[in-house]
Design a protein around this ligand. Structure first.
Ligand SMILES: N[C@@H](CCC(=O)N[C@@H](CS)C(=O)NCC(=O)O)C(=O)O
Length: 218
């Protein structure tokens, strides 16, 4: 059955791999499932046809036969449950890997996204720098806790799982900020994720969309 996901027609990150379709592409590459991509404009994302797939008018979505999903974490969990490669067979290890997917999207990502939101929406306010210091401290707290748990291990719980895929994807949002550099083991962890062939294929596929739009001079 054909899998179709949606992605930005013009990603605001200009092909840096931060839009959340990247996580879905990476998961599909890890399990060797081919997929098609339907590009959507910002305008189309807010219209009825897309809202029927994604009630918040966002990407990514996932369609497979008569199944439609939204929320990248749920999509990754679905892919990982359907195909071998992203979740351990052992029931307890599997449950722990799923917990790491949730930890990435519900414990780590909100504080990290808050930093981006502050920059976009409040960057010109007189109190922005003061607020940023609080936001950065909240991120440091979570990074410190994650760093302590990871320690010297390659991955969060044994072999690479969908939990690592989601966590590395979230940490990528901090690339280029000095914050991640304060935690060498998390930098190495993120680099390990990005070194995976499946990650590289997904990254190139997403970047190709940006390059095609740029070449078209649109
Ligand atoms: N929690 C959602 C967040 C989706 C999301 O924020 N998507 C962004 C792109 S990465 C988007 O569509 N932004 C445009 C908008 O919100 O209008 C998920 O993980 O799928």
């Amino acid at each position: 059955m054909t899998i179709t996901i949606t992605a930005f027609e013009r990603s605001p990150d200009r092909g840096k791999g931060l839009a959340r379709d990247m996580r879905v592409r990476w998961a599909l590459e890890e399990v060797g499932q081919p997929y098609e991509v339907r590009l959507v404009s910002f305008k189309a994302m807010k219209q009825a046809a897309h809202l029927a797939l994604q009630p918040f008018g966002q990407i990514p979505t996932y369609e497979e036969g008569d199944l439609t999903l939204f929320e990248s974490g749920a999509i990754i969990l679905h892919i990982a449950e359907r195909h071998p490669g992203l979740l351990p067979d052992d029931a307890k290890a599997r449950a722990r890997a799923i917990a790491w997917i949730f930890a990435a999207v519900s414990t780590m990502e909100p504080v990290i996204v808050d930093r981006e939101t502050a920059r976009y929406l409040e960057g010109k306010e007189s109190w922005y720098e003061e607020r940023l210091a609080y936001v950065n401290d909240r991120i440091r707290k979570r990074l410190g806790e994650l760093s302590a748990r990871l320690g010297d291990a390659d991955w969060l719980d044994g072999n690479f799982t969908a939990g690592d895929l989601e966590m590395v994807s979230v940490l990528l949002r901090l690339e280029g900020s000095a914050l991640l550099d304060e935690y060498p083991n998390l930098c190495a962890y993120s680099a390990r994720g990005q070194a995976r062939p499946a990650y590289k294929r997904a990254f190139e596929a997403q970047k190709a969309v940006f390059l095609a739009v740029s070449a078209g001079g649109q």
